[in-house]
Design a protein around this ligand. Structure first.
Ligand code: NAP
Length: 332
């Protein structure tokens, strides 16, 4: 059936400015890393995207290698684009990335101009779009001069195939070097960040922390895996549910990594969320968004209800100083 977006789609979401730019992003964005490959029914994918947009999520995040297999999430998104999203293209921020191994041979990986430009051309075809809003270099490449990688991003901007450029998984020092080498404004950085993974707050010699660099340079931040692959939802507290990521698609969340030690921490966080009158997932999202340097929390979802519940996080009670200190103490 033809999709008609909800009339009220902009009522629930907050939009936050992405660093010092004109672009506003939804406080919660949807990533297509999991649940958009060949193992997820097309109807499920469609209802995830529709529910997201109906709840004000205007930003969909992809990468060349999302699947499985590689390329499949973009290919599926291209079909969704054709069926549902063409009339709404100007209401959407669509991103993709290149930087990990994508095709055979020396030109399908890392950070060369050759790889990045060819990969974006492939992505545009798969996704059925003329341009992406944001194109990222997916991970730092110590063997390619940063000037070449950033020069490729500039070339992509000039070609009109992306409106903005970003980087992902660069540490504070690498980020500063990228900003200095890029002859235009870096819109955004995409690091991992959650209550259980606070590396972006840790200072590095010469630059301070990644968040210090982003704040000083006016670069936005969209943090991925704010629910730590689903660990910060409490669903694993009483075992591994059969319909969870750890059971269904354990490529990046192995059951063996869900240790008693981690569960003890998650259980304490879960108690605090309950005392605040919310779900642990909601508290985890509110927590990453507590610092205005974070523009958006980039979630994944396996069913529409999770998206609705996660957007509801934006109505949670503000953290007290005591609660923030308690979280620091729990997570160590
Ligand atoms: N730049 C990079 O290198 C990089 C790397 C990784 C990810 N990313 C981006 O970040 C996005 C998000 O990553 P992620 O999927 O790992 O994020 P996440 O938000 O930490 O985990 C999402 C998973 O948690 C579970 N979940 C979500 N909301 C829930 C709720 N309310 N209640 C219960 N369970 C819930 C679902 O898994 P189940 O229901 O299946 O258990 C869902 O698929 C990716 O799609 C991608 O766009 C980028």
């Amino acid at each position: 059936m033809d999709y008609i977006a909800s009339e009220n789609r902009y009522d629930k979401m907050q939009y936050r400015r992405c660093g010092k730019s004109g672009l506003m992003l939804p406080a919660i964005s949807l990533g297509l890393w999991h649940n958009f490959g060949d193992i997820t029914p097309f109807g499920v994918q469609q209802s995830l995207l529709r529910t997201a947009f109906d709840n004000g999520i205007t930003h969909f995040d992809l990468a060349n290698n999302y699947g499985p297999p590689y390329g499949e999430a973009e290919r599926n998104f291209g079909i969704h684009m054709q069926r549902d999203w063409k009339p709404y293209r100007d209401e959407l921020v669509i991103s993709t990335k290149a930087g990990y191994d994508m095709w055979k041979g020396p030109y399908g990986d890392h950070g060369s101009r050759k790889y990045l430009i060819a990969s974006l051309d492939q992505s545009l075809k798969r996704m059925n779009v003329d341009y992406v809003d944001i194109f990222y270099h997916h991970r730092p490449d110590p063997d390619t001069p940063i000037e070449e990688t950033m020069g490729a991003l500039e070339q992509i901007l000039r070609s009109g195939k992306a409106l903005y450029v970003g980087i992902s998984n660069y540490n504070a020092q690498q980020t500063k070097a990228a900003i200095d080498a890029l002859g235009t404004h870096l819109l955004i950085h995409q690091p991992s960040y959650s209550m259980l993974n606070r590396h972006i707050e840790k200072p590095m010699e010469g630059t301070g922390s990644l968040t210090d660099v982003l704040r000083a340079e006016g670069v936005g931040c969209i943090c991925f895996a704010p629910l730590q692959n689903g660990l910060l939802t409490g669903k694993y507290l009483t075992g591994i549910p059969a319909d969870s990521r750890a059971a269904q698609d354990p490529r990046y969340l192995k059951p063996s990594s869900i240790t008693e030690e981690k569960l003890a921490v998650i259980s304490k966080l879960n108690d605090l969320a309950q005392a605040r009158g919310q779900k642990l997932a909601q508290m985890a999202l509110q927590w990453v968004l507590r610092d205005s340097v974070v523009t958006s929390a980039l979630i994944g979802a396996s069913r529409p209800q999770q998206i609705i519940e996660n957007v509801e996080a934006l109505n949670g009670p503000a953290f007290t100083e005591e609660e923030l200190k308690l979280i620091d103490k729990i997570v160590g």
